[in-house]
Unconditional design. Structure first.
Lengths: 194, 140
């Protein structure tokens, strides 16, 4: 998928970067991070105009994020009806609301694999859109700047960067899952003792 | 974990911990391997003409390769014996599938060889020295 899209970016230029990041933000497996790194490299090689690609990319990603937040928002009633009385759901949404800003920010650029579930949960848990979009903009700017910047720096050797960053994101996700699981287990242990 | 904890929650937490360990081990090893490739690898200087043909991939188009390696695309199309006008937006893989379906990797191979044969000579790293070696003083 990514390889087909890379060929099309060479042929059709910056608007396609925006469209691909839009699709990625909706959850389609388009390899959005790979595209951002490659776009930076293409910019260094004089194939794409960097500021235009960054603006198109940012707009595409923000529209996609807003739509996936909206999907969660409109599914809110159905979710509430099904899970609203469950203490686990109340606990989870309460916990999410406390750290939602950080979750939105870090899932834009560091743990991108869970960006879509975060958008859906943010929408369905009643998190304020104005807060969501503020953290979203900050995270997406960092994502495009950092990943695109590394692509620009490494030029035609951008695949080295892409390979490392995609695996590093998975590693961070693993650490977060493990840490969260241990935290929950310790919490229960404390409750038992107390 | 307390005895009155919901068994479903208990299972979920155990799954989270197991997934966390699996992800950390799997991606940690891959990230380490990817990081080792960086070892001693510095970003190329800006404006450097690419010369490493091993970086050519099958998703690239001929005009893109021509631009990156500073070899006219006409030469590459000629080497492949195909028309530039209808094929300039196609990837090497698509060209291979369309024109050389029985010869996988042929186009990539020809493009690499053509680039190697027609690359502009590399620029010297520094200006050549103008120092003239000392000569013996003329004997009067």
């Amino acid at each position: 998928m990514s390889e087909f899209l890379l060929t099309q970016i060479i042929n059709f230029g910056t608007p396609l970067v925006g469209f691909i990041l839009f699709l990625g933000a909706l959850g389609l497996p388009v390899g959005a991070s790979v595209v951002v790194i490659a776009a930076g490299a293409f910019g260094q090689q004089g194939i794409l105009d960097i500021p235009t690609a960054a603006v198109y990319g940012l707009i595409g990603a923000l529209i996609g994020d807003t739509l996936s937040f909206g999907m969660g928002y409109y599914a809110k009633d159905a979710v509430q009806k099904r899970l609203g009385n469950s203490p686990a759901w109340k606990n989870a949404t309460g916990g999410f609301q406390k750290n939602a800003g950080l979750a939105v920010f870090f899932t834009r650029w560091l743990i991108t694999a869970v960006a879509i579930p975060t958008n859906l949960i943010a929408g369905s848990s009643g998190y304020k859109y104005s807060h969501f979009i503020s953290y979203d903009i900050a995270g997406e700017i960092l994502w495009i700047g950092l990943y695109g910047g590394l692509g620009y720096l490494f030029g035609s050797e951008w695949e080295l960067v892409s390979d490392f960053l995609s695996n590093f994101g998975g590693l961070i996700l693993g650490i977060v899952l493990f840490g969260f699981g241990i935290q929950q287990a310790l919490k229960w242990q404390k409750t038992k003792q107390g | 974990m307390s005895a009155n904890t919901n068994p479903k929650q208990k299972a979920l937490v155990i799954i989270l911990i197991i997934l966390g360990v699996v992800f950390t081990a799997f991606f940690g090893m891959r990230a380490l391997r990817a990081f080792k490739k960086f070892d001693g690898h510095r970003p190329p200087p800006h404006g450097k003409v690419e010369t490493d043909v091993e970086l050519i991939r099958e998703w690239m188009t001929i005009p893109f390769i021509s631009h990156t390696y500073h070899v006219p695309d006409k030469i590459i199309f000629e080497a492949l014996g195909i028309s530039p006008s209808e094929n300039h937006e196609k990837s090497l893989e698509d060209i291979n599938t369309e024109f050389f379906p029985d010869n996988a990797g042929y186009v990539l191979d020809v493009v690499k060889k053509t680039i190697l044969a027609h690359q502009p000579p590399p620029l010297p790293d520094s200006a050549p020295t103008t120092d003239v070696p000392p000569t013996a003083a003329p004997v009067p």
